[in-house]
Design a protein around this ligand. Sequence first.
Ligand code: SF4
Length: 124
Amino acid sequence: MTREFICIVCPNSCRLTVTETAGSITVSGNECPRGEKHGIHEYREPTRMLTTTVAIAGGVLPRLPVISREEVPKALIGRCLRVLYKMKVSAPLKCGDIIVKNICNSGVDVIASRSMDLRPEAGT
Ligand code: SF4
């Protein structure tokens, strides 16, 4: 099987061709060894950082930016986003607070990527 990817490790954006034959994987089109590693990773188990926002009650802003602590399997990104879009957290929260532990059983926590103070009138 052969698949093609764009290497996203540096701005060069090399076009990678990853071929699996008899259990061995080869990468071509990479201009450096990091591209080979990236191509194999993309072929075997693609992962991405998850960044989005969740609704927040009582905050100085209506939505809180969140990020996964580590990369999440690409196949789970859609499910994770649906979970996050449906939820609403409450201010105040600190940068790094856990918003969802082990999201979609990925083994990865989603955390606040900024602090959010309570809106002054929301606390009275
Ligand atoms: S293969 Fe190397 S040079 Fe090409 S985009 Fe990837 S990291 Fe950059």
